[in-house]
Design a binder for this molecule. Structure first.
Ligand code: ADP
Length: 360
């Protein structure tokens, strides 16, 4: 029996991931590249035990046993089964997973990102012991490991690079690539699966003054799961393609440049524009998806107000009402107390960029 303990961070996207390539949906190949900050203090800790067996899974999440009929079980089970499909030798083991998030699960903080990054990292540790040849070929480097994290949850891809910091997830194949996995040779299939991976562009130390402020706007599960929401958008929103094209060709290079130059004003403006763009996409989806609520709108107004004479903060929202606000050390107190007036001090959490996953 092999037992591995890991810790993996969540990440917050500036250039968002929203939409899988429909032909390669099963392998979570995105329509466009995305970019995120690795988050310092929001993480998952996972213990994986692997022993001889026949591909059985048991799963505990946040101290609770997850039984097979639950959705949470299904996600991890599907993930393990994809691994069996790609590498039949992994099926001769049983997998026992115990995972804990140090922040709210399924509430729009990307617990699936840190959760599946931790899972992939733990598998890396186990395969090194149990299947050294497989490990050398597929698990040893971060780029390939990011592919395995992706098979669990798209945004987990960006939580893999060890250096952390600013991470880009390359989309891989062109969104117009006309063949699906059943129509290509096994080697082409492998090429396509590995074409989409993540890498660190700048380490966390690149911008030590940058602060990431999480706000918790509402308790409980969000309305539409990201998986279902993005599928609806790709299917029903005629503007999705243009959005993909515009963000990749115009916005992504601009954001990378603002980070390279540590130009906070430029970064802040583009970050808010990108978040607004994502949520505009939601409104044009059928049926309409709405993740922001009145408190989210209040936070937006507060940030715009703070920025009146000088740009001090930027908001971004994922598939939920919680705002993540970027600022600089010199404005940290002013910005976080303003946010605390809206959501309460206990719901404001200040952190920085951090490193990627590690064995513990
Ligand atoms: P979030 O915004 O938290 O990512 P999602 O609904 O996209 O919300 O994903 C939450 C789901 O991710 C959970 O319901 C669970 O199925 C899965 N998940 C969360 N944390 C973990 C974990 N540590 N290990 C495995 N799966 C996890």
């Amino acid at each position: 029996m092999v037992s591995v303990n890991v810790k993996a961070p969540t990440n917050i996207a500036l250039v968002k991931y929203w939409g899988k390539n429909p032909l390669w949906e099963k392998f979570h190949i995105p329509m466009k590249s995305s970019l995120s900050f690795t988050v310092g203090d929001l993480y998952t800790e996972t213990t994986l035990e692997v022993e001889d067996g026949s591909g059985e899974l048991s799963f505990y999440l946040n101290g609770e046993e997850i039984t097979p009929e639950r959705k949470e079980f299904e996600y991890v089970d599907k993930y393990i089964k994809k691994l069996f499909e790609l590498f039949p030798e992994t099926k001769k083991y049983n997998y026992h997973v115990e995972s804990k998030n140090n922040f709210p699960t399924a509430a729009g903080f990307a617990s699936s990102a840190s959760g599946f990054a931790a899972m992939a990292k733990a598998l890396q540790g186990a395969m090194k012991e149990l299947e050294p040849q497989l490990y050398e070929k597929y698990f040893a480097d971060d780029a390939k490991l990011s592919v395995f994290a992706r098979l669990g949850s798209g945004s987990a891809t960006r939580s893999i690079p060890s250096e952390g910091g600013v991470v880009i997830w390359h989309r891989g194949i062109d969104p117009n690539y006309p063949f699906g996995p059943e129509e290509v040779s096994p080697s082409t299939k492998e090429h396509v699966i590995f074409s989409s991976y993540a890498e660190s562009l700048f380490p966390a130390e690149h911008w030590p003054e940058l602060r990431i402020i999480y706000t918790k706007v509402r308790k409980g599960e969000k309305a539409v799961k990201s998986r279902a929401g993005m599928k609806m958008t790709v299917k029903t929103n005629p503007l999705h393609r243009q959005w993909v094209e515009y963000e990749e060709s115009v916005m992504l290079p601009r954001v990378v440049n603002a980070i390279r130059e540590k130009d906070f004003e430029a970064l802040a403006k583009d970050t808010m524009k990108l978040s607004n763009g994502l949520h505009a996409m939601m409104l044009y989806t059928e049926p309409r998806i709405r993740y922001l609520n009145d408190t989210s709108e209040q936070i937006i107004d507060a940030v715009l107000d703070l920025n009146e004479s000088e740009v001090k903060a930027a908001y971004t929202f994922d598939a939920g009402p919680n705002a993540v606000v970027f600022t600089l050390a010199k404005y940290e107190n002013e910005v976080s107390s303003r946010l605390a007036e809206i959501v309460g001090e206990e719901n404001v959490f200040v952190t920085k960029m951090g490193k990627g996953p590690a064995f513990i």
